[in-house]
Unconditional design. Structure first.
Length: 302
């Protein structure tokens, strides 16, 4: 029986050098039955030409503008599903992957048809033995996941395949049947928390999310938004409210929204100490817009 067919979807937005480095590592993977799809989100830094020249066998899809993480990746996901792939592997362009990454993740997924999403162990790119992700647990009240192993030195303490509440969209292997059943990323998030939402919907549909330490990725963490930190503040805050509004109800939602107001006060104090008033304002706008979209305007959750 042959290897399952995997589409590797890499989203790029003005990240030419990162994307080229990522693609070099992808082409060195030992897993052979895969096709790489680069989705460009309206870049203006010459990314598309550079990808075409360096990797002519890559499928390059060009969006006329920056659609965001969710909608941009969905372009690649739909393209892959139309071609009949068995799995879609979402991979951030600011990553470098181990050669055996897909072998490990696919083997784990194939071991149990109830496994819907598999995520690898993720290290910081510039601190190669320091963990950024080694699974996640669901927080009871807010349901939003808390990352396991963050900033810990890897001593093998998370070297066991296990179920997880959440897999980062940074590197996420998704079974085709999951996407057919629950749909793609929710594009209303634009960026941040759309991966948590997808994992939540996957689990609600009866599938498992699994962390596999045999797969390894190194991540440059928020490279796409590093030059626009206040945009990141806004999107993170807005995404939190959208996530809560989709997955919490009644008293629990009310308590969490009160907690978010308390947390906002702490953020303002911290940012004022740092002299970052714009960051505090951006975070506040994100909370307000998320609340307005899903509570004041009464938009139903997808």
């Amino acid at each position: 029986m042959g290897q399952p067919w995997v589409a590797v979807v890499v989203l790029n937005w003005n990240g030419r050098s990162d994307t080229l480095e990522c693609l070099r590592s992808v082409t060195n993977m030992s897993y052979r039955n895969c096709q790489t799809i680069v989705v460009d989100n309206g870049s203006t830094d010459g990314s598309t030409g550079a990808v075409r020249r360096a990797f002519p066998t890559v499928d390059l899809l060009i969006n006329p503008e920056n659609l965001g993480f969710a909608a941009g990746n969905n372009v690649g996901i739909r393209y892959a599903l139309q071609r009949g792939v068995d799995y879609v592997f979402l991979l951030n362009n600011d990553t470098v992957v181990d050669a055996a990454l897909l072998d490990a993740l696919v083997d784990t997924a194939e071991a149990d048809p109830r496994i819907g999403i598999v995520g690898p162990k993720i290290y910081y790119y510039d601190r190669q033995n320091t963990l950024w992700y080694a699974g996640a647990r669901e927080q009871w009240l807010r349901r939003i996941p808390a990352t396991v192993g963050l900033d810990e030195i890897d001593r093998g303490q998370y070297d066991r395949i296990r179920e997880t509440a959440f897999v980062y969209g940074t590197a996420m292997l998704i079974r085709r049947q999951v996407l057919e059943k629950i749909g793609t990323l929710d594009e209303r998030f634009f960026a941040y928390h759309e991966d948590a939402d997808l994992c939540m919907r996957t689990r609600q549909a009866g599938y498992r999310c699994v962390y596999d330490p045999e797969g390894v990725v190194w991540h440059k963490v928020s490279a796409a938004t590093r030059s626009t930190p206040h945009v990141q503040d806004y999107l993170r805050a807005r995404g939190r409210i959208l996530f809560f509004s989709k997955h919490l109800q009644g008293l629990r939602l009310a308590l969490v929204l009160c907690y978010e107001l308390h947390r906002l006060a702490k953020i303002w104090i911290q940012r004022l100490r740092e002299g970052d008033v714009m960051g505090a304002k951006s975070y506040s706008r994100g909370l307000w817009d998320g609340t307005r979209e899903f509570i004041v305007e009464g938009q139903p959750p997808a």
